[in-house]
Design a protein around this ligand. Structure first.
Ligand code: ADP
Ligand code: GLC
Length: 475
């Protein structure tokens, strides 16, 4: 067994704000079948600590970023976890990243530097007898992990995964000493990013390998349009970068056993689920398709473009149910659209069980993102026969096959793909969707193909396992 420590700020089902948590929570189980023993290090947020009361101490810090801290170990929900208990950093109100006013916590650099520091201690064998052979950090929150490891005399090799390069993990240079960053590393080849420190950059510079969550996003990252200022660095490290597609948890997202939809099951499962969803969302019966959106409401997701494309879609007979939360202005704009149109139902909030009923009951799931490193809801859609309508970018481009004539004829089409960042292209994609939905036979055939598309972790877990093995030739 190759021992790997995964370090992240979220892990489903304990704490989740987005797809990162799903991936971090699913990887250990998927990798177990590949001869990899992965343990996950997480911050001890209040809700995490209360979920694992039986955790036992494996290491103590007299002081870590301004206060005492302990590393705890515990098994929970099939996962082997390390939890960093540091009340001064992680036990507070707000959300895991934002204060009560919705601003980033001012000490976010220190909070997640502490997490990376704890990871480095585990890797150095100073926290109990389980010592990893590979360290795997996720996003800017774990960016300092490869950096701290690089300061060790015999560091374990490290992997850094980019789930979203839009979050650079910025800190003012004055805080470098407190963060344990050598002032000499404040340069373009080091951790400097437009006059500030980027913890993500620290990870990208110092990790032995870099991965991201789809092959197309791996290519996009090397371009100025998607690289967010890191494209030069990405190009320099191209030989060490691979794109490995995310999978979904096939147990949690399983139309055959889904508890959230069981009460709707019958001989006509999908139609019943759609009817029930219309009722629940207060939408009238209709012959046209019911599209769903489950998303963070941020500029990344392109849902402002969907607002523009909405009138023509509704006029053609389509309906829309949206579940989301995020930017206040976008929440308001969607609430307004919901109030204005009988065919639009908007639920602002975060609701896991409702998201299951929506994927189950929707005819189509829309993901019009401007960029999308991988995306998970289109994969849920494929599994549930809920046809994805997606922008041709990142993981969306890698997982959905457009229903053009040739693909339909060859019976490989699984959805509809449109040009990103273009409201007209989105409107046209929606009109194609309405048209295909009206051809019952064609639609049913496409649903069948979509449901057969592999969306589990098998292949990707094998790719991660191979990567770890590459880094530990002697093991
Ligand atoms: P991202 O990580 O960029 O938000 P992904 O598609 O990778 O995008 O993952 C989003 C995850 O969060 C999915 O599991 C999705 O179902 C879930 N999700 C997003 N918004 C909501 C919401 N408002 N309610 C319930 N689940 C949500
Ligand atoms: C990020 C990306 C999303 C991806 C998720 C998990 O949040 O925005 O596309 O699926 O990470 O890797």
């Amino acid at each position: 067994m190759t021992r790997v420590l995964s370090v992240a700020s979220e892990c489903a089902p304990l704490v989740k704000t987005g797809g990162l948590a799903d991936v971090v929570g699913a990887l250990p189980l998927a990798l177990a079948a590949q001869g990899v023993e992965m343990r996950v290090l997480l911050p001890g947020y209040g809700r995490v600590l209360s979920a694992v009361p039986e955790a036992r101490q494996v290491h103590r810090f007299d002081t870590l970023m301004g206060g005492p801290a302990r590393l705890l170990a515990v098994r929970a929900g099939g996962l082997s976890l390390f939890v960093l208990e540091a009340p001064h950093l992680f036990e507070r109100g707000g959300t895991i990243y934002l204060d009560e006013e919705g601003r980033d916590w001012d000490d976010n650099p220190e909070r997640f530097a502490a997490l990376s520091r704890a990871g480095a201690e585990i890797c150095a064998g100073r926290a109990g007898d389980w010592v990893p052979q590979v360290a795997h950090g996720h996003d800017w929150q774990a960016g300092l992990l490869p950096y701290y490891l690089s300061q060790e005399t015999a560091p374990v090799p490290s992997v850094m995964t980019i789930h979203n390069i839009a979050f650079a993990g910025l800190a003012p240079p004055e805080r470098m000493a407190a963060l344990g960053i050598d002032a000499r590393d404040f340069r373009v080849e080091g951790v400097e990013y437009w006059g500030r420190v980027s913890t993500l950059k620290a990870g990208l510079v110092h990790a032995d390998r870099i991965t991201t969550v789809s092959p197309t996003y791996a290519r996009e990252l090397a371009t100025p349009a998607f690289g967010m200022g890191f494209d030069g660095l990405i190009r320099a490290r191209r030989a060490d970068l691979t794109g490995i597609l995310n999978g979904i948890d096939a147990e949690v997202w399983n139309p055959a056993t889904d508890r959230a939809i069981r009460r709707y099951r019958s001989g006509r499962g999908k139609a019943r689920a759609t009817q029930a969803l219309r009722r629940e969302m207060g939408l009238p019966d209709a012959a046209g398709p019911l599209a769903v959106v489950i998303s963070r409401l941020t500029a990344q997701k392109g849902l402002d473009l969907l607002l523009e494309a909405l009138p023509s879609y509704l006029e053609a007979g389509g309906q829309l149910a949206l579940l989301g939360s995020g930017d206040r202005a976008m929440e308001l704009a969607w609430q307004e659209a919901g109030a204005r149109h009988a065919g639009v139902s908007v639920h602002i909030g975060y609701d896991d069980t409702l998201s299951h009923r929506m994927i189950a009951g929707g005819d189509a799931v829309l993901v019009p993102s401007r960029f999308e490193p991988c995306g998970l809801t289109q994969l849920y859609g494929l599994r549930y026969g809920t046809i994805p309508v997606v922008a041709r970018t990142g993981g969306l481009a890698d997982t959905v096959i457009d229903a053009n004539d040739a693909a339909l004829k060859a019976r490989v089409a699984t959805g509809i793909v449109h040009r990103p960042d273009d409201a007209d292209a989105l409107a046209f994609a929606l009109s194609r969707m309405v048209g295909l939905h009206a051809q019952a036979g064609t639609w049913a055939a496409m649903v069948k193909v979509a449901m057969r598309h592999p969306v589990g972790w098998d292949v990707s877990a094998g790719q991660y396992a191979a990567l770890y093995r590459d880094l530990t030739p002697a093991a």
